[in-house]
Each structure stands twice: as C-alpha cells, then as structure tokens.
Ligand binder design. Structure first.
Ligand code: AP5
Ligand code: MG
Ligand code: ZN
Length: 215
C-alpha cells in the first residue's frame, strides 16, 4: 500500500497515520517530522528549512524532494508507506509521480481528511507532542492522563514552534492556495478517497480503514 495523506494543518493526518501503522505496519513518512528532526540536529538542511517553517511557508521543493527521494529508497519502503504532508503542491506531486513511474510502483490511494476550517485553529493551538515517540495530544480534545506526560512512553510533551496563531493562519493560507488543488489532481487520476475528519479519532479511523480497505 502506497498512500498519500492529504489534509489541512490540524486535520489529523499524523494522528490517523499513527493508527494505520499500528494495524498495518508500513513506515509513516512525515516530511514535517523529517524537517523538524533536521532542525533539531542543527544540520545545514535543518538551518535552511527552519526559516521557512517558522514563517509557515513551504520549504523549497528542491530540499524536500531530495529528502523524500532518499527516504523512499530505504529498504523498509519496499512493503509500502504512508506519505504524511507530502506532496504539498503540484510540482511535488508531479515529481513523486515521475519517481514512482520509474520504479513501476504507482500510488495506491490519496486519502483526503476533511475538517472545517473553523475547527483547525483550536486543534493546533491545543496540540502537544511527545518528545520521545511523537504521539500527539490535545489540551482541549485529547488530554494525556497525566499533564505534560505521554501516555504511551512517559516522555515529556512539547508545543511546536509553528503552532502560534499568526503562523497557523499563514499555514492555512498556504494550504488553501498550494495544497488543496491536489485534491483535484488525485481526483482526476481516479485514486482519491475522502473521509470526514470531524468526530472522535476512533470513528474517523474506522472510516479511514474502510476507505483504504484495511481490515
Ligand atoms: P507538517 O508537520 O506537515 O504540518 P501540517 O501540514 O501543518 O500538519 P500538522 O502536522 O500541523 O497537522 P496534522 O494533520 O498532522 O494533525 P495532527 O494529527 O497533529 O509541516 C510543518 C511545516 O514543515 C510546513 O509548514 C512546512 O514549512 C514544512 N513542510 C512539511 N512538509 C513539506 C513539504 N512537503 N514541502 C514543503 N514544506 C514542507 O492533529 C492536530 C491536533 O488535533 C492534535 O493535537 C490532535 O490530538 C488533534 N486531533 C486529531 N484528530 C482529532 C479529532 N478527531 N478531534 C479533535 N482533535 C483531534
Ligand atoms: Mg502532522
Ligand atoms: Zn511518547
């Protein structure tokens, strides 16, 4: 299964991807997570990426495409993968198609998780993430049992640098203008599936599994 997860910032791409891979073990490739790891490591790529991420803008295609190509060439991707947050514009989608066509391994599906814009701000300002395992929580909707501590691994929770109101507004704008057109792009290719991303995380997961044919 080779899947692209589409959805606005805060739609729950990461949350649903983590549930899919528990049930169907393939790698979750989040370009946002890869970029944040590069920022944390202080690499040249991370330094370049940080200035864009802090403004809520897309990191240049050349940087992201190189990173994704390298990741897809790793052995664990042979059994399939979930791309979370990539592609992000038409140029990235076309580059991905070219990459996969050369391997004769086209995408299985593009799954769009749809959430009304007015819900996204609260989801993002309330998000907290585990430093150790990456699990997401939310102070409004999905609190950990013990404040600031991950239920899964006991790790400490943090708030992402780009989850500030002004930056969130910019990310939502960038999504609307650059990423939302991909819904049509994959629709035309006949591989688009859509699920509503409102309601409980488990109910949404049920719909995600049905859409992807995961039993
Ligand atoms: P990235 O990390 O991809 O961020 P994003 O797209 O803005 O998406 P998020 O991770 O914010 O949202 P999500 O859909 O994963 O939601 P989550 O599951 O966490 O990208 C960050 C930056 O990196 C970009 O701005 C850009 O600069 C750069 N970048 C990344 N990829 C790039 C690319 N391909 N090209 C160029 N630049 C790139 O859920 C959100 C919150 O809601 C959580 O608190 C969660 O607990 C809660 N929640 C989830 N589901 C529900 C529910 N059903 N009800 C209530 N709350 C819920
Ligand atoms: Mg995410
Ligand atoms: Zn954890």
């Amino acid at each position: 299964m080779r899947i692209v997860l589409l959805g606005a910032p805060g739609a729950g791409k990461g949350t649903q991807a983590k549930k899919i891979i528990e049930k169907y073990p393939i790698p979750q490739i989040s370009t946002g997570d890869l970029l944040r790891a590069a920022v944390g490591a202080g690499s040249a790529l991370g330094k370049e990426a940080k200035s864009y991420m802090d403004k809520g803008e897309l990191v240049p295609d050349s940087v992201v495409l190189g990173m994704v190509k390298e990741r897809l060439n790793q052995d664990d991707c042979k059994k399939g993968y979930i791309l979370d947050g990539f592609p992000r514009n038409t140029k990235q989608a076309e580059a991905l198609d070219t990459m996969l066509a050369s391997l004769s391994l086209p995408l299985t599906a593009a799954l769009s998780v749809d959430v009304p814009f007015e819900d996204l701000m609260k989801r993002l300002t309330g998000r907290r993430t585990c430093k150790a395992c990456g699990q997401m929580y939310n102070v409004f909707f999905n609190r950990p049992a013990k404040d600031n501590t991950c239920d899964k691994c006991g790790g400490e929770l943090f708030q992402r640098d780009d989850d500030k109101e002004d930056t969130i507004r910019k990310r939502l704008e960038v999504y609307n203008s650059q990423t939302a057109p991909l819904i049509d792009y994959y629709g035309k290719k006949g591989i688009l599936k859509s699920v509503s991303g409102t309601g409980s995380i488990d109910d949404i997961f049920g719909k995600v599994c049905a859409a992807l044919g995961i039993k």
